[in-house]
Design a binder for this molecule. Structure first.
Ligand code: PHE
Length: 339
């Protein structure tokens, strides 16, 4: 009997020592200490041991069980530690590896141009103002010398909310708001969104305009021309030339349309300027005295100039953007180019 117990002990310890995983150790535990394990069987066999030998045998079996259990526990702890270590090593992150390119946002081309424009006009003494996009007919049209039912309304395809409220079709609405609330001298630019029911490669139902207004004593067409010349050379290039052509707007008199030499071909003629060397960029003029009077400014004492252009159009010319829709689709492949 004693030999048998020694044999069991030797085999069990050898198996425990050679086990390499906690799973293998578990098998050993079942094989010796489980319900029908070798040691459990020996305990059950005690019934067949002569009564007088039982205490001594019982002691041996207990010692055997304690020894195997002890060895198992010790090895379990060791293996658990080792396995934990391996797991940590496998999951380790190398913090010294280079990062997978950081992706930062970029400013929208319209934002870039708007900021540049504000900077240019601030340099000439203009302040910046903003106004509502849902505008009353009064400011958008009537105070600008565009009465209800007048044919000049057809110049703009308007989204009417009701008879008296529109989505503003032009930042010129702010001319009327400013002139009815401020005293000259006035020098202000107004960037903002405007809306027209118009839709093709160069027109979007929503677009951005930039308005300028200067009211003071003795303001002339020469001041307007000088101001626009400076603006064109700063936003495009130093060699940009400006050309004024007679035009018509109800709120300016006289009115002009302004062209600049094409910034793509520098006047030689290309696709952007349709071979002419010039591109039209804005409408402007001397503030109509009738508008000054309607807004409460003495037209005998003061005169002024006003101009307005599309920020989108400036961006398209400056960056060579072929379709205005690109500015409103927010396609990352397009926007990324303005990094
Ligand atoms: N508001 C005019 C337009 O949208 C442009 C303009 C502004 C013309 C100021 C003259 C003076 O077409």
């Amino acid at each position: 009997m004693k030999e048998k117990l020694d044999g069991i002990k030797r085999d069990a310890i050898a198996m425990i020592e050679s086990a390499e995983t906690t799973a293998q150790l578990n098998d050993v535990r079942v094989k010796y200490l489980g319900k029908s394990g070798a040691i459990s069987l020996v305990m059950r066999d005690m019934a067949n041991v002569p009564k007088e030998d039982r205490p001594a045998m019982g002691k041996l079996v207990n010692e055997l069980r304690t020894a195997v259990e002890g060895a198992l526990n010790e090895k379990t702890e060791l293996l658990a530690e080792r396995e934990e270590e391996l797991k940590l090593k496998a999951e380790a992150i190398d913090v010294t590896l280079p990062v997978d390119g950081k992706r930062t946002g970029t400013l929208h081309p319209l934002t870039l141009i708007r900021r540049e424009l504000i900077d240019i006009f601030a340099g000439m003494g203009f302040s910046v103002d903003e106004g509502p996009e849902i505008e009353s007919d009064l400011f958008n049209f009537q105070l600008l010398n565009i009465p209800k039912d007048h044919p000049s309304r057809d110049m703009q395809d308007t989204f009417y909310i009701n008879d008296n409220i529109v989505l503003r079709t032009q930042t010129s609405a702010m001319q009327a708001r400013i002139m009815t609330t401020q005293k000259p001298p006035i020098r202000v630019v107004v960037p903002g969104k405007v809306y027209r029911s118009d839709d093709d490669t160069s027109h979007s139902p929503i677009f951005n305009q930039f308005e300028g207004l200067a009211i003071d004593k003795h303001i002339t067409m020469g001041d307007l021309q000088g101001c626009l010349q400076t603006f064109a050379q700063k936003i495009f290039s130093k060699d940009t030339k400006v050309r004024l052509r007679p035009s018509y707007f109800p709120f300016t008199e006289p009115s002009v349309e302004v062209d600049v030499t094409c910034s793509m071909c520098h006047g030689k003629g290309c696709r952007v300027c349709k071979g002419t060397g010039w591109v039209e960029i804005l409408g402007a003029g001397i503030v109509n005295p009738a508008v000054l009077e309607m807004c409460g400014i003495d037209s005998g004492k003061y005169s002024g100039f006003a101009f307005g252009f599309g920020i989108d159009r400036i961006a398209m010319i400056k960056y060579g953007i072929p379709n205005i829709k690109l500015l409103y689709e927010n396609d990352m492949r397009f926007l990324k180019q303005f990094n």
